[in-house]
Write a protein that binds this ligand. Structure first.
Ligand code: PMM
Length: 290
């Protein structure tokens, strides 16, 4: 799977290691950073900080997908996302837009975004695949079984790794039939989306199994519930608060990188930027010693 480090995505830089995607959630209600970056100037400044800290790209989202989240209107999502995309592009950042709406994706690409990150992989909005095809930018096909309000009830698998890969492969075929260049598809196991904690661990343990798809793999474990449960308070049993999950997130970043992840998507960049560099140095030492 190590060949996936080389970005095979036309028009994007090659990092020769896992890339670091920093997160800017322009939302009042995301589970770990809701409300922090609602002001566009603060959001842009934060995104540019993430780049200075070592992010290779910045993912801008205007709608929370936390379990149980209620959808925002298209107008509100555009109002949140567009000024931040524009500001980050002006500041020289490579920007992806995290949206399930075709109109938001299209406007964001017009504003300079270079990747469409759709957690539904084109399933939530019937116009999304057409926009991805027309704009020609890389398109993230994440494993998704339904909207956040209902997704916890959809976490039922026999062989989670095999089924998730198979469902993503089916969705890849659908987006390619809709005109998306297969060379522009990025895949993502969708940790926490219609997944139990055990499912998340099983998927992380077997990232190597994705190599059969021949596409770059994006891994977004940052601060997610399975880490909160792992690190629960030994006395009260309460999950570790989201913002105290960053060391564990960086550990996951290194381990995902070691399994060939193309990029890792994180809220807190410095530790993960170091982690992927450690992994790349180890790999170079190992490969050089052969
Ligand atoms: N998870 C979240 C949001 N966007 N995008 C991709 N590609 N993969 C993910 O797993 C993913 C995502 C939810 O986390 P957040 O609310 O902290 O951004």
């Amino acid at each position: 799977m190590s060949s996936t480090y080389k970005s095979p995505l036309p028009g994007l830089p090659e990092w020769h290691r896992s890339g670091v995607m920093g997160i800017v959630n322009v939302t009042p209600d995301s589970f770990s950073d809701g409300g922090l970056w609602l002001d566009p100037d603060r959001a842009v400044a934060h995104g540019l900080d993430l780049v200075r800290q070592g992010a290779d790209l910045v993912d801008v989202g205007g709608e929370s997908t936390r379990p149980g989240a209620v959808r925002v209107t298209r107008e509100e999502e555009l109002r949140r996302v567009l000024p931040v995309v524009r500001g980050l592009v002006e500041g020289g950042a490579l920007v992806s837009v995290d949206t399930m709406r075709a109109a938001v994706a299209e406007a964001a690409v017009e504003a300079g975004a270079r990747i469409i990150n759709d957690v539904s992989g084109g399933r939530a909005d019937p116009d999304m695949v057409g926009v991805a095809a027309r704009t020609g930018v890389p398109f993230v096909v994440m494993h998704w079984r339904g909207q956040s309000a209902a997704m916890d009830g959809l976490a039922s698998y026999g062989d989670v790794v095999g089924e998730v890969i198979e469902e993503v492969e089916r969705q890849m075929d659908a987006v390619v039939s809709g005109g998306v260049d297969p060379a522009q598809v990025i895949v993502d196991p969708g940790l926490g989306f219609a997944k139990t904690r055990e499912d998340d661990w099983a998927l992380l343990a077997r990232l190597d199994a994705w190599s059969g798809l021949g596409r770059p793999v994006l891994v977004a474990a940052s601060r997610k519930r399975f880490l909160g449960t792992l690190l629960a308070d030994p006395v009260t049993g309460d999950p570790r608060p989201a913002r105290a999950r960053d060391a564990a997130t960086a550990a996951v970043s290194a381990l995902a990188a070691a399994q060939g992840a193309w990029a890792v998507r994180v809220h807190e960049v410095p530790a993960t930027a170091d982690a992927v560099r450690v992994e790349a140095a180890l790999r170079a030492a190992r490969d050089g010693g052969k």
